[in-house]
Design a protein around this ligand. Structure first.
Ligand SMILES: C[C@@H](C(=O)O)C(=O)SCCNC(=O)CCNC(=O)[C@H](O)C(C)(C)COP(=O)(O)OP(=O)(O)OC[C@H]1O[C@@H](n2cnc3c(N)ncnc32)[C@H](O)[C@@H]1OP(=O)(O)O
Length: 255
């Protein structure tokens, strides 16, 4: 049998253990892991894969830049080299003092067919996957935080990583022929470029807010009807009670 004191001391020990485990976890996660590759190392690695490029043109008069994904042989799929280009372009936009907006589009009216599958196959190791996701998450995070209005122009396909790039902009303009798809699940992948987080801010949070407001209004309406009904029943009963009293009084007066 455990008495209160024993329970308390057991709880304190458990609590202390939890605290130690939590603190160790936090210290570990905060410490800089010396095995983490530098971005310079990742750049060299990615540069060795594929063709294609990303073209940035800045219009100093209007303050509007255009960023074009260019790999026409593969429906503008993003190769290792293009990942490097994209980050360089975004770095340049970060420094553009007179810039107001950037439009992100694909070459020849097709947005992007995602990561270059030849690259994905070739770099399909634990190290390759980790390099790609670290690089692209950082790149798309920086695209989201650009001090410019960013617009993705969706024409043709925006698939897999292409969809992730699209949702990293502030606005998406969608053409009639656009086909947009997170196809990762079909391929047994998870979106590793940060697209799901962007989707959360883009779609799920606003829709949840609208749904919650709608449900709250229905609840309010329901409460008003119920209270009103109860109030009416109460008033009716009071009326009947007073009527009875009045009739009894008349009867008594007659007698
Ligand atoms: C890593 C992950 C992530 O987000 O984290 C991803 O992005 S995974 C990547 C997810 N993306 C995908 O699964 C898209 C795969 N592609 C497709 O479904 C299709 O190609 C469409 C994009 C719908 C386009 O179809 P359409 O009939 O118009 O053209 P097509 O299939 O004949 O393609 C034309 C040429 O482009 C190539 N091609 C197309 N998409 C490619 C890609 N993502 N990587 C490498 N090559 C690609 C085709 O192999 C073909 O090459 P040849 O002319 O030599 O035959």
């Amino acid at each position: 049998m455990l008495n209160a004191k024993m329970i308390r001391s057991k709880f304190t020990v458990t609590f202390k253990n939890c605290k130690i485990v939590t603190q160790t976890f936090l210290i570990n996660s905060m410490s800089t892991d010396s095995s983490q590759p530098s971005f310079e190392e990742i750049r060299k690695y990615l540069w060795g894969f594929g063709k294609g490029n990303v073209n940035l043109s800045k219009n100093e008069d209007t303050g509007i830049a255009t960023l074009v994904l260019n790999n026409p042989e593969k429906r503008n799929a993003i190769s290792g080299q293009m990942m490097v280009h994209l980050r360089d372009c975004i770095e340049e936009l970060e420094k553009w003092k007179s810039g107001k907006a950037v439009i992100l589009q694909g070459h020849n009216n097709i947005f992007c067919s995602g990561a270059d599958l030849d690259f994905v196959r070739a770099a399909g190791t634990k190290q390759g996957a980790s390099y790609m996701s670290t690089w692209m998450q950082d790149t798309l995070n920086r695209l989201q935080r650009l001090p410019l209005i960013s617009v993705s122009l969706l024409e043709g396909f925006a698939i897999g990583g292409g969809a992730e790039v699209a949702v990293s902009c502030d606005y998406i303009v969608v053409a009639n022929n656009a086909k947009f798809g997170f196809v990762h699940a079909k391929m047994g992948l998870v979106p590793v470029w940060g697209g799901t987080t962007s989707c959360l801010t883009f779609m799920i949070i606003p829709y949840t807010f609208v749904l919650a407001t709608f449900l709250a209004l229905i609840y309010l309406l329901f409460v008003i009807i119920v209270i009103n009904k109860k109030h009416c029943i109460g008033l009716r009963q009071m009326g009947i009670h007073h009527l009875r009293q009045y009739l009894e009084q008349i009867d008594n007066n007659d007698e």
